[in-house]
Design a protein around this ligand. Structure first.
Ligand SMILES: [Zn+2]
Ligand SMILES: [Zn+2]
Length: 255
């Protein structure tokens, strides 16, 4: 599996950090986990055409995670490259179908799939769930952020490797369970230790979750600008001693 960080940032416009997004090559498929504003341009920057993406997966419907769903669907219909024919899976928490339908109600036929099938899969937001893709599985658990938030764990069937995405969340044992033994935990750390924010994690909490989960490596991400001026590592290291990376746009991690 190869992870490419398309966006290590948040709602704050930033040259350094695009809003949330991760491109994942797994079992010959390409998944996009979240697509905040700017994701389409990031994919172009990294040479990934929309028609190469087999599956869009969403942790929740905050705009910094989902805004580029609209331009993705528009480009899939009116892109100047090869027209899309391969099916598109869209995976999100319960209620994502209603969110998608609302977008289509606003934009009308411009967002309707043309020449390809769109398959929607909703995951439970009140307990653990699982969806089987082609050569991979996505396990999910509810996170503590908004009602429709889910953490996602992508597992490659042939290798048994996995990458777990927290999405946005406060501290929750559900993330410890979802990330248990995973090869890479991609964990939000939106704010520095001295400035916690409701609905998000600070470094010591990310460290506690990583240690309790037994993940084999930790990638911190979703940094509001104060994170770039603060020491995230010292408070985290009081809890977690394993391999640690801080996300930047364009970072690639092979698992
Ligand atoms: Zn966010
Ligand atoms: Zn959010």
């Amino acid at each position: 599996m190869e992870l490419l960080v398309t966006g290590s940032g948040t709602a704050v416009p930033s040259v350094r950090r695009c809003a949330a997004g991760y491109s994942l090559a797994v079992a010959g498929q390409r998944l996009q986990i979240d697509s905040g504003p700017g994701t389409m341009r990031q994919l172009a920057r990294f040479g990934i055409a929309p028609e190469q993406v087999d599956c869009l997966c969403y942790t929740h419907t905050h705009p910094d995670h989902v805004a580029d769903l609209v331009p993705f669907l528009f480009a899939s219909r009116y892109g100047q490259t090869e027209p899309r024919t391969r099916p598109l899976a869209v995976v999100g928490g319960r209620g994502f179908g209603a969110f998608l339908a609302a977008q289509q109600a606003v934009y009308g036929h411009w967002l309707e799939p043309d020449g390809f099938a769109l398959h929607l899969h909703e995951l439970a937001t009140d307990g653990a769930d699982r969806w089987a893709g082609d050569g991979f599985c996505i396990a999910s658990r509810p996170m503590r952020h908004i009602a429709t938030s889910v953490g996602l764990r992508v597992e490659e069937v042939a290798t048994g490797r996995s990458i777990c995405f927290s999405g946005d969340t406060e501290f929750t044992d559900e993330l410890v369970r979802l990330a248990a033994g995973t090869d890479l935990l991609v964990c939000e750390c939106a704010n520095p230790e001295a400035a916690p924010m409701a609905g998000h994690l600070i470094p010591s909490q990310a460290g506690r979750i990583a240690a309790a989960s037994g993940c084999k490596a930790l990638l911190l991400t979703h940094f509001y600008p104060p994170c770039d001026e603060a020491d995230l590592i010292t408070p985290l290291r009081r809890h977690y001693a394993g391999p640690l990376m801080l996300a930047e746009d364009g970072l690639r991690v092979v698992v």
